[in-house]
Design a protein around this ligand. Structure first.
Ligand code: PLP
Length: 398
């Protein structure tokens, strides 16, 4: 019998038989596929899991960013001089939305312990124009929110948490996404759980919640909770309530199908996180054999997204990445690497003063972590690393 080639993908098929059966049953039982009761049900379940009052389901994590930033801009009357602090390494749409909405991203270097802000650099970048800190809990590692809050002190600076890569990670035993004004999650295929495409916005602030509902769907008044309808009907008697627009919105709704998948996947999210974290522990153990060459963060409260390799020497990183790819293991940079190197940002922002982002750009990459990483894969990884780090042609400088 032919031996199957070894292949460690970033993500495998995360939708299991039960998820598919649930979806099939739903399709056979309904005539309503656009946003309706299943979306509301999934939002309620997500709020309960997350521990936040309000959740708004949208069609991607990036749409969640768009809705959040445009709502905050409107609600707090942010003008074009408003500065929003962002890390030099995060997902690109955290930045693009700010530019699209005419706000100023102020880049802060990252740190090598939890991949969030370099906290000294963060402190130095806050000005009187800073209105929000948009932090990212990167690839499963929770940012040190307590430090960020100490830096904010009594200043009126809002905290937005991007939790797309770290649902269920904790800081001081509290889930990420519950420490600031608003947070967001992605349910894209490669994430901890999936709705194929999808994103969630979470907050405890009722007024912002209402604005998120409006922004999600054209600005339509009828998107608001029913008990508010009469108030707006009375206020705008000259306009048919069915098409009454209260703000400039988008259409970034998701569908009943995606919500059904969300509810079905959510039941297993805790189990997935536990499995991912166990794999991360084994991975840390495997690479701890080579402290002269590489390291990986060891901070607590993680919800592992991927398995990062941070090499002390760039040439070894290049060789190791190639070696793993050649041996059937998919790799990626640490998200977009140092974003200040990306073509459309390079033209506008100077890549000056981001040594850690530069280091991660050049010396780091990750491989996939998910519930399908088994002992066979981990053993193979261990064997490959043993071969790599004991072979002079890979590790000697020439
Ligand atoms: C940290 C982070 N933020 C935002 C997003 C955007 O989510 P989506 O791909 O659902 O638009 C991603 C996506 O991978 C992400 O990793």
């Amino acid at each position: 019998m032919k031996k199957e080639a070894f292949f460690w993908k970033l993500q495998d098929n995360i939708l299991d038989k039960e998820n598919k059966q649930t979806l099939i049953k739903f399709i056979q039982s309904t005539d309503r596929f656009t946003q309706f009761e299943e979306v509301k049900k999934f939002e309620k379940e997500w709020s309960a899991w997350q521990g936040r009052k309000y959740s708004v389901f949208v069609n991607s994590g990036s749409s969640a960013i768009l809705v959040i930033i445009s709502a905050l801009k409107e609600y707090y009357k942010w003008d074009k001089d408003t500065e929003i602090i962002v890390p030099a390494i995060t997902w690109i749409t955290d930045i693009s939305v700010l530019l699209q909405l005419d706000l100023k991203p102020v880049f802060v270097d990252v740190n090598l312990d939890d991949f969030s802000f370099d906290y000294d650099d963060l402190k130095s970048k806050i000005t009187t124009k800073t209105k929000a800190i948009f932090l990212t809990h990167l690839i499963g590692f929770p940012a040190d929110i307590n430090k960020v809050k100490t830096i904010i002190g009594k200043k009126k600076i809002h905290l937005i948490e991007d939790c797309c890569e770290s649902p269920g990670a904790t800081v001081s035993r509290k889930k990420v996404g519950n420490h600031g004004l608003v947070s967001l999650f992605s349910f894209y295929w490669g994430h901890h759980m999936t709705t194929v495409e999808g994103g969630m916005i979470c907050t405890d602030n009722k007024k912002l919640y209402h604005l998120f509902l409006l922004k999600r769907s054209h600005g339509l008044a009828r998107e608001l909770p029913k008990k508010l309808h009469q108030y707006y009907k009375n206020k705008h008697k000259d306009i048919d309530f069915n098409f009454l627009f209260l703000t400039n919105g988008f259409n970034v709704r998701n569908t009943e199908l995606n919500a059904v998948l969300g509810s079905s996947q959510l039941k297993k999210l805790d189990e997935y996180i536990e499995k991912r974290n166990k794999t991360y522990d084994t991975f840390s153990n495997i690479i701890s054999k080579y402290p002269a060459y590489l390291f990986t963060p060891t901070s607590g409260g993680i919800s592992s997204f991927s398995l990062p390799f941070i090499l002390k020497k760039q040439y070894i990183k290049n060789r190791l990445q190639k070696f793993l790819i050649k041996n059937g293991i998919e790799t990626r940079p640490i998200i977009g690497g140092n974003l200040l190197r990306q073509p459309f940002l390079k033209a506008e922002f100077k890549n000056n003063g981001f040594p850690h982002a530069e280091f991660l750009h050049k010396n780091a990459f990750y491989i996939g972590n998910n519930q399908f990483v088994d002992t066979i894969k981990l053993r193979r990884l261990k064997d490959l690393l043993d071969i790599f780090f004991t072979t002079p042609k890979y590790i000697s400088y020439e």
